[in-house]
Design a protein around this ligand. Structure first.
Ligand code: HEM
Length: 426
């Protein structure tokens, strides 16, 4: 097995370290945790800032300082496991992924140093302010078009289908350079990766997802070849040119694999961030009125959403050697679950942490984009899209509100968080 395989099953997890508290039943997939992760994560953290979760085989780290220290020491705490399935894969899904030509390599979030830094120097250029600026007219136009359709359909409406799912998908596809004619196909293929790497799909679901991943990988390879033949003004073309100019520094397979990874990274977390933003702001009518009157408040409001109700509430690491975590000695190969949900509500970091406050001065002190060498490359991108959507909704639909008495459900997974449906009215 290649050391840099994109998704690996690493199921041999060391037992709880000596002396470390063990939680026998808690799982981030529990219904009560999916509904109320912040309250429960804070309670768990108060009991034991570091504990071993038997259901996952992971050591859970809850406090900001310890999480930041782990992110910062990338040599001891590798990111190689961040795209791995959490639970064993069904043999039928394994068989689909064993196809000879399913060979994306780990390149960004899951590639260790020094290769990660070598590749990131080229991918980082693609996320320049200039490229975001060139995308801005597209994001504005598409947001207006989707809101036009919403108003034609009429109030109330389910916002994810109408706006929050299509917009980030199409934006990241334009950013990469995928043709608009492939949008529907791409949305279908990329949609359920979070179940594969962070959830617990059934055997049948795994096979379907694996088939989509394979189809999408084949598409990425054909697409990269077509861009190689004919460049455009997009991320993929820039990366291909960078690779051609530096063939000893980056491989063509790495270029294909970056493209494979980006569409997922850039899509559903933003869908969820748009929804979480509206869920925080719309019920607080005074806050929404303030934002409608002064859109300059939106950037800090979104930082506060990323702290208070983020679309990513955990991330993972794997120890490369014996080390200590929270005072416990752990061997190499220890899987670590970094619990952003507790850290982002920590009372010695944030005053009155359970209060949503768009004026909070240190709102951006949250850990939702990670830290260190793997710090989210799309952080600016995600905020920029969510800012534009919030601004246009405030301008065009100032009477926007949440439909009363909704019961929210959340897709069972260990990391990503946003409602499955969001009904709004105006
Ligand atoms: C609200 C939305 C988003 C959240 C909460 C989020 C969060 C994260 C987190 C926690 C990491 C890992 C950081 C670490 O290991 O230290 C990450 C990495 C990454 N994200 Fe995001 N992300 C979001 C949106 C995006 C978007 C829109 C894109 C691209 C268009 C993107 C691209 C990436 C990439 C490429 C990496 C890997 C960076 C590296 O390893 O060098 N993300 N993101």
């Amino acid at each position: 097995m290649s050391a840099n395989k994109y998704h690996q099953e690493r199921l041999e997890r060391p037992p709880a370290p000596p002396g470390c508290p063990v939680h026998e039943s808690w799982s981030p997939l529990d219904d009560d945790y999916l509904a109320e992760p912040y309250r429960i994560a804070t309670e768990l953290s108060a009991e034991h800032p570091v504990f071993y979760a038997e259901s996952l085989g992971y050591l859970v780290v809850s406090e900001m300082a310890e999480i930041e220290a782990i992110f910062t020491d990338h040599e001891t705490f590798a990111s190689v496991n961040v795209q791995d399935p959490v639970f064993p894969l069904d043999p039928a899904a394994q068989q689909v992924l064993a196809a000879d030509d399913f060979d994306p390599v780990a390149v960004m979030s899951n590639r260790p140093e020094p290769d990660h830094g070598r590749i990131r120097q080229y991918t980082r250029q693609g996320f320049s302010n200039r490229r975001l600026k060139t995308l801005e007219p597209y994001v504005r136009r598409r947001t207006h078009e989707l809101i036009d359709s919403m108003t034609q359909t009429g109030s109330p409406i389910e916002l994810i289908e109408a706006l929050a799912f299509p917009l980030p998908g199409e934006t990241v596809f334009r950013f990469i350079g995928f043709p608009e004619s492939d949008d529907e196909l791409l949305k279908g293929w990329c949609g359920d990766r979070k179940a594969f790497s962070w959830g617990r799909p059934t055997g049948g679901e795994q096979v379907q997802i694996a088939q989509n991943m394979l189809a999408y990988w084949r598409y990425c390879r054909r697409f990269t070849a077509s861009k190689r033949a004919e460049r455009g003004d997009d991320f993929a073309s820039e990366l291909i040119t960078a690779q051609e100019e530096n063939p000893d520094d980056m491989t063509y397979r790495e270029v294909e694999s970056v493209i494979y990874g980006l569409s997922f990274a850039g899509h559903e977390a933003v869908t969820a961030l748009i929804c979480n933003t509206l869920m925080c702001i719309l019920p607080r009518r005074d806050v929404w009125a303030e934002i409608c009157a002064n859109p300059g408040l939106i950037p800090n409001a979104i930082e506060e959403v990323l702290r208070y109700n983020s679309s990513q509430i955990s991330w993972r690491r794997l120890t490369t050697k014996e080390t200590t975590i929270g005072g416990y000695t752990v061997p190499a190969g220890t899987a670590v679950f970094l619990n952003f949900a507790s850290a982002n509500r920590q009372s010695d970091v944030f005053d009155d942490p359970d209060r949503f406050d768009i004026h909070r001065v240190n709102a951006n002190r949250h850990i939702s984009f990670g830290k260190g060498v793997h710090y989210c490359l799309g952080a600016r991108f995600a905020k920029f899209e969510t800012e534009i959507v919030t601004e246009i909704l405030a301008e065009r639909l100032p009477t926007l509100r949440m439909v009363d008495h909704q019961v929210f459900s959340y897709f069972p997974n260990i990391t990503f968080r946003g409602p499955n449906e969001l009904q709004v009215a105006w």
